[in-house]
Design a protein around this ligand. Structure first.
Ligand code: NAP
Ligand code: 3JN
Length: 339
């Protein structure tokens, strides 16, 4: 089997660190690995497969000689740097929103649309974390009953806002426990400890936030069906890790909760946890560090005679929502002889 020269761009960040861990844990065939970040991190050592690797400065030339680079540096830097990597022949799997809606860029969730990958598309986009876990669950239901409409409310953990988001919840909670004045909000709009914030990313002209519109637009592209209507409300919650979602779907064909459970149980990447009588349902605390997307609370909507179901999805936002899906894309490139 061939081994590959890999780079992680943004290796010191919340997502970058998990990317390295996923490459290790999935035994990705690696010849060499480069960790790249800003000048703040030059010289820092990170461990990979038991070896110390020194972080190097990201430049436009860093992609030379690299086969595949996993990017997690935000959209501005990605827009600027990814084309140089691609021009040097490197596949870029980018975690930001920079390229997601570009019609020349595949937007891929490994269980849903792996066949959108091909040799000529060097830049590949990883979807938003909230979209990924939702479409993993929607796909088998859509294939069976054709989803017409989705209404989703998210409960997104602070790690979605990076290391600074994690620190902000931790520091506010520690101060509260010591009866001290809580540090001022910085990463979030308001205090996040003991609160919920119904704003993720900035507001757009239609009253939805950018995060909410990402869920609408990305779902249509990944599922390859522009007719699916999606209305999202995205909420930040004081949870460290794993995003949860309350999802309502209306389908063209009838779809009973029993059928939905059967379809979801057979689907790749999903575990159905749905035994209300023994209090079994997905929760963020138990999804942390797991590679699975959990679905539970599956029931028929009692408020309508239309074909409508409602359910609850939980997944680790840093893993399936980011690092794991990126590594699964790289694995698909290898498996399909694209890389
Ligand atoms: P983070 O914890 O703040 O990490 C940011 C990373 O980017 C760090 O490694 C940082 O390096 C690096 N970086 C920042 N400015 C740089 C520069 N000028 N040159 C080189 N490297 C630079 O953020 P994160 O949570 O890992 O997220 C990073 C990005 O991933 C986000 O902005 C977003 O676009 C994307 N993301 C996607 C999802 C998703 O839904 N799929 C989820 C979360 C994040 P230093 O340590 O040197 O500063
Ligand atoms: O807040 C979350 O839970 C997910 C955040 C994702 C994110 C954060 C900063 C910038 C993104 C993203 O992946 O859409 C971006 C971005 O690249 O726009």
């Amino acid at each position: 089997m061939k081994n590959y020269k890999v780079a992680i761009v943004g290796a010191t960040g919340a997502v970058g660190l998990e990317m390295a861990r996923m490459l290790e844990c999935k035994n990705f065939p690696i010849k060499s690995i480069k960790f790249l970040a800003s000048e703040r991190s030059i010289g820092k050592n990170l461990t990979f497969n038991g070896k110390e690797i020194t972080v190097e400065l990201l430049t436009k030339n860093s992609g030379k000689g690299i086969d595949v680079a996993l990017f997690s540096v935000g959209s501005e830097i990605s827009k600027e740097i990814a084309p140089f990597f691609a021009a040097d022949g490197c596949f870029v799997i980018d975690n930001s929103s920079a390229w997601r809606m570009d019609k020349n860029v595949p937007l891929v969730v490994s269980e849903v649309n792996p066949n959108d990958l091909n040799k000529d598309k060097k830049i590949i986009a990883n979807p938003n974390c909230s979209t990924i876990q939702m479409v993993v669950a929607l796909k088998p239901l859509h294939d069976f009953a054709k989803i017409k409409r989705v209404i989703v409310s998210t409960y997104q953990s602070v790690s979605g806002a990076g290391q600074k988001g994690i620190n902000e919840l931790t520091e506010q909670t520690k101060a509260w426990a010591k009866d001290e004045t809580l540090p001022q909000p910085n990463k979030f709009q308001y205090q996040i400890a003991f609160n919920l914030i119904p704003q993720i990313d900035i507001f757009t002209d239609n009253g939805y936030t950018k995060e909410e519109m990402k869920m609408t637009n990305e779902t249509k592209k990944i599922m390859g069906d522009n007719s699916i209507e999606v209305s999202a409300t995205c909420v930040r919650v004081p949870v460290l890790r794993s995003h949860s979602e309350s999802v309502w779907i209306e389908t063209e064909k009838p779809l009973s909760p029993v059928q939905a459970k059967e379809l979801l149980s057979k689907a790749d990447g999903i575990q159905v946890l749905d035994e209300p009588e023994s209090k079994k349902y997905p929760m963020p605390l138990f999804a942390e560090n797991m590679q699975t997307t959990y679905v539970g609370r599956i029931r028929a909507d009692i408020s309508t005679k239309n074909n409508a179901l409602t359910f609850w999805i939980v997944s680790d936002n840093l893993l399936k929502g980011a690092a794991l899906n990126a590594v699964q894309i790289a694995e698909t490139l290898v498996k399909n002889n694209i890389l």
